[in-house]
Design a binder for this molecule. Structure first.
Ligand code: CAO
Length: 265
């Protein structure tokens, strides 16, 4: 490669319009905001910088699709509230129930607990069902991982999630606490909102977003009855998962949340 080759290549690239494709992303032009009013520059915390790089990698590498669904959790909530009122065991939020139901569906659909091999030639299926959950902290977003969710009771999961969320908020998670997941859950239900489009936590291939449950009229064949409905948003890597599989995944998940006894069959 001669000096002239490099110069003529650089000249050609500079003459190409920015949208011409290729590996480089068109840069967002810098703006001098101070020209339009006072500004303040706030340094980003370390965790936000790390998660920004991770989220961006996933966003540009993974062809995302988000499948939305709704689950009727009227009976589950009645059970959860009764257990909490009895004060027998750890406080149960919705998250450990959803985690347990996800583990059950993940066992049935191995592609959802797999990773694409770096050469893109094969799928690496994960036998252990380790599930991460996004925790919102003042330092930024972290995703602690709960090990072997399929082998734990909902009460045990509630305790582990509470401990990990507490550790996350105190900034005490170790790198090991955040590694090894095969699937993630982002629960915004305690805050609000309907559906959203979570970003896959690559190299995982799917993530479940959970929004706030609310009462909605459901047609029972004769009349509308009030039921508690939780919106679900499953984002997935379309290189690995087809739309039909994603719809089956959310349909089964919604079925389990509507009647957790199905997990015993
Ligand atoms: N619908 C209605 N209420 C819900 C709910 C839902 N989907 N999910 C939780 N709640 C309720 C809980 O049951 C609890 O109510 P009670 O006190 O009456 O039982 C209350 O909201 C608070 O729950 P919580 O948020 O403290 O606990 P959790 O186990 O549901 O969630 C955690 C824990 C760590 C996931 C959560 O605190 C959190 O950080 N969420 C944010 C995650 C996030 O930032 N995701 C975005 C990532 S992408 O940018």
């Amino acid at each position: 490669i001669t000096r002239e080759d490099v110069q003529s290549y650089a000249k050609r690239r500079l003459q190409q319009p920015e949208s011409a494709g290729g590996g480089a992303l068109p840069a967002i032009p810098a703006v001098d905001f101070a020209k339009f009013g006072p500004v303040e520059t706030v340094p980003l915390p370390r965790i936000r910088k790390l998660s920004a790089a991770h989220l961006h990698r996933s966003w540009v590498n993974v062809p995302h699709v988000t499948q939305t669904d709704r689950a009727d959790i009227t009976d589950l909530e009645a059970f959860r509230k009764a257990r909490n009122a009895a004060g027998d065991g750890p406080k149960l939020t919705l998250l450990p129930f959803i985690m347990k139901a996800c583990a059950h569906v993940l066992r049935r659909y191995p592609d959802f607990r797999s990773a694409l091999a770096p050469d893109g030639e094969s799928l690496i299926r994960r036998e252990s069902v380790h599930i991460g959950f996004a925790a919102d902290t003042e330092h930024g977003l972290v995703v602690p991982v709960v090990r072997d969710v399929d082998q734990k009771s909902v009460s045990a999961l509630a305790e582990i999630c509470a401990e990990l969320a507490d550790k996350a908020r105190r900034g005490k998670l170790s790198p090991g606490d955040m590694q090894g997941g095969c699937f993630s859950i982002s629960s915004l239900g305690g805050i609000g909102g309907e559906h959203f489009t979570p970003i896959v936590n690559a190299p995982e291939v799917a993530i479940l977003g959970v929004s706030r449950a609310s009462m909605a009229p459901v047609w029972d064949g004769q009349s509308f009855i009030p039921r508690l409905i939780v919106p679900l948003s499953l984002s997935y890597d379309h290189r690995v998962i087809d739309g039909a599989a994603a719809a089956r995944f959310t349909t089964e998940l919604a079925g389990l949340l509507a009647d957790m006894r199905l997990m015993l069959l």
